[in-house]
Design a binder for this molecule. Structure first.
Ligand code: PLP
Length: 416
């Protein structure tokens, strides 16, 4: 058993005890080098054709991370008006933003249109709403390629069991409504689901999307969506990273066939969310109590489900490292333990029956791969305050990139 935080030099010499003392526990910590490295990997996903990846900011919308994405040359996609506003605030020009909403009000659509942001509409009804607001304009449409993939049924977003996108049989109705409002379909998009470690479903779905794209002459863009996974079991099971080479080869082969047949060559896009910030982020928390309840061992921490909901929501696995006296503990006696939080739910479990070094009160736990869908899905449940986020720069300097909530922040909402 190795230590990721040690082998990657994650904290760059900063002491976790010191960071918690300064910024409070729990604490999200990001490593800028790892973050930039994953951004550069997705930039090279397709090299043979014009390609622009959109960072899907729902994974982590911290403003500093968005500004780093801007510097690295990524475009972005957004799911809501406030994500759009945040991207504009970060400095993205409208042509570098794609709005990919689902079931939104006309005022949200109008916001995108008024700001010149191309929008991928995912139902014939939303195309109708758009047509009324902006007849004669350019639109994108989100299609269902019939193949979905993901780590949990809740995040499979194509195939037969999903609310998302326009299916093959709805294309005639789509074309009719687009024609009625003189809308020009300039982009088709898909997103098949979140977290797969094997490129095959993505390539199969992309082949289907390219086939569907034949219905839409003159496309400027084709977007294959996100979903690229990270090895959440890299410490516990030596899980290997996603095979980008296989993805690139498979995608470029189907694109070769497509461009011959289609007659023109659109710009290709993808929408990776998780892959970009996930491994660059860890969550630190403190153990406040250990106990043996009817033969089950518990390590009670401040890492509640409000801070990182993935384990309770999807039964997701995050590798955990124990830190004592500033150093990872990965040798010595082990135990089978349930790592739990401080929220009033029995389901408030971060790791179930996990084989870990013996945990003591006062230890720090470091939850790996917490950079995606961590803070962005956090809440104030139980009136708990969301933690701070800090970034460790390439030079090892620590920067506060979001302060923790305060009780006054909660109270302000009642100031009506
Ligand atoms: C439309 C769309 N694009 C991209 C993504 C990003 O997915 P991932 O984080 O798995 O790459 C999502 C995630 O839900 C999505 O809904």
């Amino acid at each position: 058993m190795k230590s990721f935080i040690e082998s990657s030099g994650f904290f760059k010499g900063n002491d976790p005890e010191q960071m918690l003392a300064q910024f409070g526990s729990p604490l999200y910590v990001y490593n800028e080098d790892i973050l930039r490295d994953s951004m550069r990997k997705v930039m090279r996903m397709i090299t043979k054709y014009k390609f622009t990846p959109n960072y899907s900011i729902k994974a982590n919308s911290n403003l500093t991370i968005l500004k780093i994405a801007l510097e690295e040359g990524l475009n972005c996609d957004a799911m809501s008006e406030c994500e759009l506003r945040l991207l504009l605030h970060a400095g993205f020009t409208p042509d570098r933003i794609l709005f990919v909403p689902n079931n939104v009000s006309e005022s949200e659509l109008k916001f995108a249109y008024d700001n010149g942001i191309l929008t991928s509409l995912d139902s014939v009804d939303q195309v109708e709403s758009w047509g009324k607001i902006a007849p004669g304009s350019k639109i994108a449409v989100r299609l269902n390629p019939g193949v979905g993939a993901g780590h949990h049924e809740k995040v499979v977003t194509a195939g037969k069991n999903t609310k998302f996108a326009i299916t093959d049989d709805q294309i005639p109705a789509l074309l009719e409504v687009a024609g009625k409002y003189d809308l020009k379909i300039v982009e088709v998009t898909q997103h098949i689901g979140s977290l797969f470690m094997n490129a095959d479903p993505y390539i199969t779905a992309s082949r289907n999307l390219l086939h569907m794209a034949m219905n839409f002459p003159g496309l400027e863009f084709i977007d294959f969506g996100g979903g690229i996974g990270v090895p959440y079991h890299k410490v516990s099971q030596d899980e290997q990273p996603f095979d980008f080479q296989r993805l690139t080869e498979g995608m470029e082969a189907i694109l070769d066939d497509f461009v011959k047949e289609y007659g023109s060559t659109p710009v290709f896009k993808a929408e990776p969310g998780r892959f970009i910030p996930c491994e660059s982020g860890v969550l630190l928390g403190r153990v406040y109590a250990t106990k043996n309840n009817s033969g089950k061992l518990f390590a009670g921490t401040d890492l509640g489900m409000n801070i990182l909901v993935r384990p309770s929501m999807y039964d997701s696995w995050h590798d955990i490292e124990v830190i004592r006296d500033g150093k990872p503990v990965y040798e010595g006696d082990r135990q089978n333990v349930n790592v739990v939080g401080n929220i009033c739910e029995t389901g408030d479990i971060i790791a179930r029956e996990r084989d870990l070094p013996v945990i003591r009160r006062g230890d720090i736990l470091c939850v790996l791969d917490a950079g995606a869908y961590g803070y962005s899905m956090s809440s104030n449940y139980n009136c708990r305050l969301r933690p701070a986020e800090i970034l460790i720069g390439s030079d090892g300097a620590v920067k506060l990139i979001r302060r923790a909530d305060t009780f006054d922040d909660l109270l302000k909402m009642f100031d009506v």
